[in-house]
Unconditional design. Structure first.
Length: 298
């Protein structure tokens, strides 16, 4: 695969440029045995929200977020527990799986920015959600687990569905109508998702993650293998975020909506290291270049 040299602002050790956003029992500490960060929940209660997070946007207006395509993100990550569903055969010290949500990538923080007005969601990231979370946004993709994912509800063409949402939810309760209608909604919202599986090891092992966020699409890589490619992507600007929390969200095409927090009676964490972000000059990136290989992390 050929390498194309593009003008880029290479930002190594990007976590050092981020600020902590900690709620409840959430902590961010140096990662043991690695030059990075550990996102730690010593435990959490369903009665309150706990979040261990680093981001580059807290206190910033959404229009001033730093990241627009083309952007390349590379990092290594591991987790304290296997993901849901637990690979079989697999045993853990405490018999538990990773709970709550976690991940890293880019989004527009639709309800937490300084603006009092929520924004229509945009995100492109590696995302994990454990039951009871259930967000089956892509046809034939489970609504939980470890995924490569993106969505952009900020596109004007998505507005056509807003007055139709009650009718779409009712129609989707018919299996046949759901399979005919939902792909159109999914396309309008630029939704792309793919569950992540590993050739060796599981979520508790170190893995190399890469994300190529382009103007005309995106690609996700795990351990050098492409896991998802889309021909649409969020327009941005978006903020970088990495987090672990005890939240769950149920949001289904059939109209089931529920939010809340869960008990996590044990310590769980995510370690990140070798975090590098490259922001490319749009003027030097053409559609022809997009279809070839960007510089890969060494």
């Amino acid at each position: 695969m050929a390498t194309i040299e593009l003008a880029a602002n290479r930002l190594k050790n990007y976590l050092q440029r981020c600020q902590p956003y900690l709620i409840g029992n959430g902590r961010v500490e140096p990662a043991p045995q690695a030059a990075g960060a550990r996102f730690l929940l010593p435990e959490a209660s369903a009665s309150s929200y706990s979040d261990a997070q680093l981001d580059d946007y807290t206190g910033t207006r959404r229009r001033d977020y730093l990241n627009r395509p083309p952007v390349y993100l590379s990092l290594r990550a591991r987790f304290s527990h296997p993901g849901w569903p637990i690979p079989s055969p697999h045993t853990t010290v405490d018999g538990q799986y990773f709970k709550g949500t976690a991940g890293f990538g880019f989004w527009n923080s639709p309800v937490e920015a300084p603006s009092p007005i929520p924004a229509r969601p945009q995100a492109i990231w590696f995302f994990y959600g454990a039951p009871p979370s259930n967000m089956p946004f892509a046809l034939d993709v489970p609504g939980y687990g470890w995924k490569a994912a993106c969505a952009d509800a900020g596109r004007n063409r998505s507005l056509v569905w807003v007055p139709l949402l009650p009718f779409v939810a009712l129609a989707n309760r018919s299996y046949r109508l759901y399979r005919r209608l939902w792909p159109r909604v999914q396309r309008s919202l630029a939704i792309g998702e793919k569950p992540i599986t590993f050739k060796s090891g599981d979520l508790t092992d170190w893995h190399h993650y890469e994300l190529e966020w382009r103007v005309d699409g995106a690609r996700w890589w795990v351990d050098g293998e492409k896991v998802l490619e889309t021909d649409q992507s969020p327009r941005g600007p978006l903020g970088f975020v990495a987090w672990v929390d005890n939240q769950y969200t149920i949001l289904t095409p059939q109209g089931h909506v529920e939010f809340g927090h869960i008990d996590i009676p044990f310590a769980e964490w995510m370690d990140l290291t070798d975090v590098e972000l490259r922001r490319y000059d749009r003027r030097h990136v053409t559609r022809a270049l997009h279809r070839q290989a960007w510089p890969k992390a060494v």
